[in-house]
Design a protein around this ligand. Structure first.
Ligand SMILES: NC(=O)c1ccc[n+]([C@@H]2O[C@H](COP(=O)([O-])OP(=O)(O)OC[C@H]3O[C@@H](n4cnc5c(N)ncnc54)[C@H](OP(=O)(O)O)[C@@H]3O)[C@@H](O)[C@H]2O)c1
Length: 259
């Protein structure tokens, strides 16, 4: 039986990815701060699928968190076949008025822990010549994002980092997929203080289950970049051929919608 480690499994896309892996009879390591939600999910999935679920309560904004997660899996004798770096959040508002601690925590979760976990688990995967990593980026990765400047920049990092190491890993049996969802129904809108603003000003966004299914398939196929949804793919394609000054102005207009 394979084992999938999923960060941010207490809600949204991560929770749905946990359900998908469980339905394929993969064992799970679930990581988040909200241990009650992880334990509820553990009970549900173990009962339904007869798998083993190991929960780790961890705040990934702490500098030692990634090493502690890795050490706990080693101590428990777990081999990680799928690493899914999904935990993340944003913070809507002007940068100069923002809480700097929250911006720093975002960098720590979205970038630092993701990079450290990838480094730690990748060594074992390369030695075994097999493994799949999925790093959850965003369509925000493709342009600068006024009103969420740090968030957009963290996702640009995730996308570029993932593409680069996926290329380095050619021939090793290990692949890295950057999943780029557009606006998706989850806890993200509220956690990021968006509440109907920016890309959330209109309705009809996909559910976390739909995005998770798409991402899971892309990871198994070893795709380098997986952008969910035709309109999102069109948008990211258009951005590449548009003047940067225009792109940043249009993004600002969209981000200010719903205010
Ligand atoms: N929803 C969207 O529109 C959208 C679009 C593009 C990309 N994304 C990306 O998709 C990923 C998943 O987000 P989601 O939409 O599923 O949002 P969500 O429902 O808010 O889930 C976020 C998950 O991240 C975890 N998390 C947040 N801060 C953490 C911390 N300090 N330590 C450990 N875990 C932490 C949360 O768990 P705890 O609170 O229990 O710790 C939760 O399980 C994120 O990387 C997000 O940037 C989302």
């Amino acid at each position: 039986m394979a084992t999938a480690l999923i960060t941010g499994a207490s809600s949204g896309i991560g929770l749905e990815l946990a359900k998908i892996h469980a339905s394929k009879k993969d064992n799970l390591v679930l990581v988040a701060r909200t241990i009650v939600r992880l334990n509820d999910l553990k009970s549900e999935l173990e009962k339904q699928y007869g798998i083993h679920v190991h929960c780790i309560e961890k705040d990934l904004s702490r500098s030692t968190a990634a090493q502690e997660v890795y050490d706990e899996t080693v101590d428990a004798g777990l081999r990680i076949d799928y690493l899914i770096n999904n935990a993340g959040f944003g913070d809507y508002g002007w940068f100069h008025q923002s809480n700097l601690n929250r911006q720093q925590e975002m960098i720590d979760v979205n970038i630092s822990s993701l990079t450290q976990l990838t480094h730690l688990f990748l060594q074992d995967m390369v030695s075994r010549k097999s493994g799949r990593i999925m790093n959850v980026a965003s369509t925000a990765a493709f342009q600068p994002g006024p009103t969420m400047s740090v968030y957009f920049a963290t996702k640009a990092y995730v996308l570029h980092f993932s593409e680069a190491i996926n290329e380095e890993l050619k021939g090793t049996g290990v692949t890295v997929t950057a999943l780029c969802p557009g606006a998706t129904i989850s806890g993200f809108e509220q956690q990021s203080n968006m509440n109907g603003k920016g890309f959330f000003h209109r309705k009809g966004h996909p559910t976390s289950a739909v995005v998770a299914t798409y991402g899971h398939r892309a990871m198994l196929q070893g795709k380098s970049v997986a952008i969910h949804g035709f309109m999102n793919r069109l948008l990211t394609f258009t951005v590449r051929f548009s003047p940067r000054q225009l792109v940043v102005k249009i993004t600002r207009k969209i981000q200010e919608m719903g205010n």
